[in-house]
Design a protein around this ligand. Structure first.
Ligand code: DX5
Ligand code: ZN
Length: 217
């Protein structure tokens, strides 16, 4: 069944503890934690001290999405502060294979991310080494943007590669995910859904988790 990772970027930061408890009760599979540096993307978000607090406040799996340049410099510290999963953009480093190795060396699951303008072919050489692949379905940097539907073809292509080579990495999608776009992504092979603005505007988180998971049948 498809896994649901709400993006904390859209959570109520003044009530983060209550938000985390509500997410646990709603049956989410983990939380998505967006880190932006104002360089790789034109925005700045949250970082290490907030990760440490979130890690202390929940047992949920924490999926850290690094939208930063030279991610290798920060992987050890994000792992130490509680990241269970860390993904790095293929566009953010000339040494993506080394970055994946470094994440594993620090005990976290490793993911590679590609922007809407980057082809799946760019990451084929490392698909045997990753635990998950994140296909961005918006240009990274902001919550609340519209889904870019051309990315569904990339999810399909990745799913086909995975089947052909008998691999078992997760396929995560992030950006503009709601019940409609979730269904399209799941049908194409997505196994993890990140959802921010759509999710946190709901009053009943349990209901939206059930609705999103119901796309997978
Ligand atoms: C965008 C982030 C996303 C964002 C998704 O750069 O990587 O995780 O929070 O937000 P929505 O679901 O609102 O597009
Ligand atoms: Zn993200």
């Amino acid at each position: 069944m498809v896994k649901i990772y709400p993006s904390l970027l859209s959570a109520d930061f003044l009530n983060l503890k209550a938000e985390l408890e509500a997410l646990e009760q709603a049956g989410v599979d983990g939380v998505h934690f967006d880190v932006m540096d104002g360089q790789f993307v034109p925005n700045i978000s949250i970082g290490l001290p907030i990760l440490e607090a979130v890690n202390a406040g929940t047992d949920l799996t924490i999926d850290v999405h690094l939208m930063i340049e030279d991610p290798e410099n920060f992987i050890p510290e994000f792992a130490a502060k509680g990241a269970d999963m860390i993904s790095v953009h293929a566009e953010a480093t000339p040494h993506i294979h080394r970055a994946i190795q470094l994440i594993h060396a620090h005990g976290a699951k490793a993911g590679v991310v590609i922007n809407p303008g980057t082809p799946v072919a760019m990451i084929e050489p490392i698909l045997h080494d990753v635990d998950y692949v994140l296909i961005m379905t918006v240009n990274p940097g902001f919550g609340g943007q519209a889904f870019i539907s051309q990315n569904i073809d990339k999810v399909s292509a990745l799913h086909a590669y995975k089947e052909k080579h008998d691999l078992d990495f997760d396929i995560e999608v992030d950006g503009g995910i709601n019940e409609v776009t979730a269904e399209q992504c799941v049908n194409a092979g997505a196994t993890m859904l990140v959802t921010g603005s759509y999710f946190f505007k709901q009053t009943d988180y349990g209901k939206v988790v059930s609705a999103l998971k119901a796309q997978d049948n």
